[in-house]
Design a protein around this ligand. Structure first.
Ligand code: SF4
Length: 281
């Protein structure tokens, strides 16, 4: 399918990722979805926001794609798991929207972040949109769990100025329990980024009783420090803001009674990363 054929030109409107969104792309025929994924001419966005300050350096435009291969027990946006919950957007529409912000973003030392869901579920669309932003002189960041990192070519990686990489946990069995998939591909992607000198900001979601094992954290810290390209570590405290989405989607949410981590636990986690010489927030 080419862009001029059947693409619905959904107008982009900035909206919070914390709003539940379902079935925005349900009207797109399955064959068109497959064609769009193959070419990257169209993608599915759950939402996009402007003015974000926590998803990379400076002030940023952030687009959240729909579709994810993981099923993290703590996911606060389970409505992004299904591709068809996102709104169909052509890559040219998304790029034109970004173009409006390019001077402002540069002025505020910011850029564009592609997040999800998991953006590399739509790796052709992700590669095209990141390349378009890069060509406009906009700083680009890819927020990913890294599982499909191998889908990006070396040349495509050159258009990504920063990778925000989630490492969920270290122990392989715990990783499978927590996310439903193996940790190997994520670690391989981290090593490849290191070999190519692409900077990483590591993201670590801290969940009491699930991802707070000091030995596990120390192993991640050691791995990250050994890579040599991890510029900083952001510890993201678990919260319950997505609980209503699990309920509304009829999903079995097992963390109902889990409390956000205490300041003391966050502090101790930071210390474990800093002990390896990493900058951790
Ligand atoms: S990788 Fe992110 S979007 Fe996917 S299930 Fe995990 S937390 Fe949710």
């Amino acid at each position: 399918m080419s862009e001029s054929q059947t693409l619905p030109q959904t107008p982009l409107r900035a909206q919070s990722p914390f709003e539940l969104r379902v079935n925005l792309g349900k009207h797109v025929p399955e064959s068109d979805v497959r064609a769009a994924l193959a070419t990257g001419d169209m993608g599915f966005l759950h939402s996009y926001t402007t003015g974000a300050t926590v998803d990379g350096p400076g002030v940023r435009v952030v687009a959240w794609t729909s579709g994810c291969m993981m099923r993290c027990l703590y996911c606060h946006n389970p409505d992004t798991w299904t591709m068809g919950n996102g709104m169909p957007v052509s890559v040219s529409t998304a790029a034109e929207e970004l173009r409006k912000y390019r001077y402002g973003l540069r002025l505020m030392s910011g850029g564009f972040t592609l997040s999800g869901g998991e953006p590399l579920m739509q790796h052709r669309f992700a590669a095209k949109l990141l390349a378009a932003a890069h060509t406009m002189g906009i700083h680009t960041a890819l927020d990913t769990n890294g599982y499909y990192g191998a889908r990006l070519s070396d040349a495509e990686l050159e258009t990504v100025d920063l990778v925000l990489l989630d490492i969920k946990t270290w122990d392989p069995e715990r990783h499978r329990h927590l996310t439903g998939v193996d940790i190997g591909p994520t670690l391989d992607f981290a090593r490849r980024l290191a070999a190519r000198g692409r900077p990483i900001w590591l993201r670590y979601v801290l969940v009491p009783g699930l991802t707070d094992d000091p030995e596990d954290i120390a192993n991640i810290a050691r791995f990250a420090a050994g890579l040599g390209n991890v510029e900083r570590v952001d510890i993201l405290p678990f919260h319950q803001m997505g609980t209503f989405k699990w309920q509304r989607l009829g999903l079995d949410y097992t963390l109902k009674t889990v409390q956000p981590p205490s300041p003391d636990l966050i502090g101790r986690t930071r210390v474990l990363f800093r002990a390896e010489g990493l900058t951790a927030y």
